[in-house]
Design a protein around this ligand. Structure first.
Ligand code: ATP
Ligand code: MG
Length: 369
């Protein structure tokens, strides 16, 4: 097992001499600890796969350094990097059995038959594939095939596992199941794993640490709770969590040492007193962020009222998502009950002041509380 240390990594693609280069990764510095489960997450095209492929050696680095263990691997061939990668399209060999698919890489590397048997047997046991070793891929379900692909990586016993959206071909239920299995697997073999997904829920549930990327730039690297509760900027705040955080644009004022926020939607006389530092100029445009679960329909002392017209009510069973139109802005409240609301009616929800986050309207950076 090993640490992966990335320093000032850049990658641009130059498709033709005339075309502008495409910057896929900008100045990325990152340390993945030995045994850590690190998740790279972000919207399509943000550079996740490119980063993974650079670590694997499948793309050439434009500048920067990648270390696996103590070795700089910039010039090391993929096959000599001691990593195993599982892709979204994990193409198993169709004419080989499950056993042969898992054993193939070891045979190429001239492992002895007893060692191959031992490793395949142990991986099959870990992944619940023992009864399927003699089957062909076409005789397996999607989830079972996915497990074979993971098994193929495990038998190699690499220093580092790289996963690129390995679950995205599976249906929702199978994904949840495989997600739990991967978490268990990581717990069991304690290997360093770097996992790419665009699914924020997958990132939250799997990662020891999450790295959020946008347009090739790292936005935040932290544990899931920190990313969720203390997002570094408005982009991270909006990307992590579903339904998304609500945002209201307004202005802040410092009135006799107290800081107040005013916007059309957040209606309290003279604005609401807010928990932020004074690192702003009076009248500066600011964005208030509040998560749907921090809005309540009940009146609570000191919470800030937000009034809106009911646009949509989604009853989810255990909770209700109440969509409101507040002037020019929209917001969603997540209410822990089955609640009935009249479409078009005016409803008042209340926002927990301690859960409000503020962002600079111009830069998107969070104004710390
Ligand atoms: N071979 C290539 N030539 C030119 N541009 C490329 C090439 N591969 C990727 N890119 C560009 O680099 C950027 C990052 O791509 P990358 O595949 O890393 O995104 P991603 O985060 O994995 O997205 P997705 O979630 O859609 O898989 C994109 O703008 C993409 O168009
Ligand atoms: Mg990708």
């Amino acid at each position: 097992m090993a640490r992966v240390v990335i320093e000032k990594l850049n990658k641009f693609y130059q498709s033709s001499r005339k075309a502008e280069p495409v910057y896929a990764v900008h100045d990325l510095s990152l340390e993945v600890q030995d045994g850590e489960f690190l998740v790279l997450v972000g919207p399509s095209g943000c550079g996740k796969s490119t980063t993974l492929r650079l670590i694997a050696g499948l793309e050439e680095i434009s500048s920067g350094t990648i270390r696996i263990g103590d070795q700089v691997v910039n010039k090391v061939e993929p096959k000599d990097r001691d990593i195993a990668m599982v892709f979204q399209n994990y193409a198993l060999y169709p004419h080989m059995t499950v056993y042969e698919n898992m054993a193939f890489g070891l045979e190429l590397r001239k492992f002895s038959r007893p060692e191959i048997d031992r490793r395949v047997g142990s991986a099959a046991e870990m992944l619940g594939l023992e009864a399927l070793l003699g089957r062909l891929p076409k005789e397996l379900s999607g989830g079972q095939r996915q497990r074979v692909a993971v098994g193929r990586a495990i038998v190699r016993q690499p220093k580092v596992f790289l996963f690129d959206e390995p679950l995205s071909n599976l249906d929702a239920q199978m994904r949840m199941q495989m997600r739990a299995e991967l978490a268990r697997l990581h717990h069991q073999i304690k290997a360093t794993m770097i996992y790419v997904t665009h699914d924020q829920a997958e990132a939250m549930t799997l990662g020891d640490r999450i790295v959020v990327m946008r347009e090739g730039w790292l936005q935040q690297a932290a544990d899931p709770a920190t990313v969720y509760q203390h997002p570094a900027n408005r982009f991270v705040a909006g990307f992590m969590g579903s339904p998304s955080m609500n945002f209201f644009t307004g202005k802040v004022w410092n009135v006799e040492g107290q800081i107040w926020f005013e916007s059309g939607a957040v209606q309290a006389q003279g604005g609401v007193r807010v928990p932020i530092s004074s690192r702003f100029s009076a009248g500066q445009a600011m964005v208030l962020g509040i998560r749907p679960e921090h809005l309540s329909i009940e009146v609570r002392p000191g919470w800030a009222p937000i009034e809106g017209r009911v646009e949509l009510v989604e009853m989810m069973g255990a909770e209700t998502l109440l969509h409101l139109r507040c002037g020019s802005e929209r917001c969603v409240a997540r209410l822990p009950l089955m609640a009935h609301f009249q479409l078009g009616a005016t409803v008042r929800v209340h926002a927990d002041l301690t859960q409000m986050r503020f962002f600079d309207a111009a830069t998107g950076e969070r104004i710390s509380s």
